[in-house]
Design a protein around this ligand. Structure first.
Ligand SMILES: Nc1ncnc2c1ncn2[C@@H]1O[C@H](COP(=O)(O)OP(=O)(O)O)[C@@H](O)[C@H]1O
Ligand SMILES: [Mg+2]
Length: 240
């Protein structure tokens, strides 16, 4: 993985809610071909990192670079157009709309209709269980299927970098495994991935590299397998 240019590079990012800092001086990167994870307890700042990188929150300090371009403070639409897509915390589907309509919304920044149709086919081929259910209302799907819809929707913008906020939370172990396999499949198709997770066990298993976030700061980073072996990480995050 060495020598690969970063797709996404975050330098010294700090974001406040009012006077209160939620993340402080966070630096991290995703390199081409990588699955990267950021693990941390509830309240560590994981969602704030994702929101500050993806144009939902404006960081108070620091820089975000996407494929070398400084995109700090750009809004979400501008970032989607440049190849960054997000699967937000809690999925945020339109439950009264069909699967097809939800997927079309994922392509809202695009005007190439034939490309969108092609991508819908391509994306659905990753989700055999969703494919025959295009007219089903999103709210009718199981929790695991809704998470898959959220991932599929994010892929409809044809991203090169995908950020996921706790995609496995609340799901049964067998579904967690399915989502993990799916993320690896997406990574293999050429999309670089950052997945933030409280579930460090799963995240460290699928990631190449990892960052540990505590109290809004990165307190450890490195090769995911190595971190999973460290005593400090095992005690704090893996219940070992
Ligand atoms: N909208 C908000 N207003 C004020 N404080 C917030 C808000 N969202 C999150 N926080 C605080 O910021 C910190 C980081 O939260 P968050 O990024 O949601 O953590 P995580 O996703 O790791 O659980 C927490 O202390 C949380 O209480
Ligand atoms: Mg969160």
């Amino acid at each position: 993985m060495e020598n690969k240019a970063p797709s996404l590079k975050v330098e010294g990012l700090s974001t406040f809610y009012g006077e209160v800092p939620a993340i402080m001086d966070v630096s991290m990167e995703i390199r081409r071909g990588e699955v990267v994870t950021m693990v941390g307890a509830n309240g560590a700042g994981k969602s704030t990192v994702i929101k500050s990188v993806s144009g939902i929150l404006k960081p108070n300090a620091g820089r975000v670079k996407l494929f070398g371009e400084d995109v700090t403070g750009y809004n979400a639409d501008a970032l989607v157009k440049r190849g960054l897509s997000v699967v937000p915390e809690g999925r945020r589907l339109f439950s009264e709309m069909t699967l097809k309509e939800n997927l079309e919304l994922g392509a809202y920044t695009r005007s190439d209709r034939s490309g969108v149709r092609r991508d819908m086919e391509r994306v659905l081929s990753l989700f055999p269980e969703l494919k025959p259910r295009l007219t089903t209302l999103a709210g009718k799907f199981s929790g695991g299927q809704q998470q898959m819809v959220a991932v599929a929707r994010a892929l409809m913008s044809n991203p090169r970098v995908l950020l996921l906020d706790e995609p496995t939370i609340g799901l049964a172990p067998v579904i967690v495994d399915r989502i993990s396999a799916l993320l690896l499949e997406i990574a293999n198709s050429g999309v670089d991935i950052l997945v933030v997770e409280q579930n460090a066990e799963v995240a460290l298993e699928i990631a190449h590299r990892a960052y540990v976030l505590e109290g809004g700061r990165v307190i450890a980073q490195g090769d995911a397998k190595t971190l999973a072996q460290s005593e400090q990480i095992q005690k704090a995050y893996l219940g070992i």
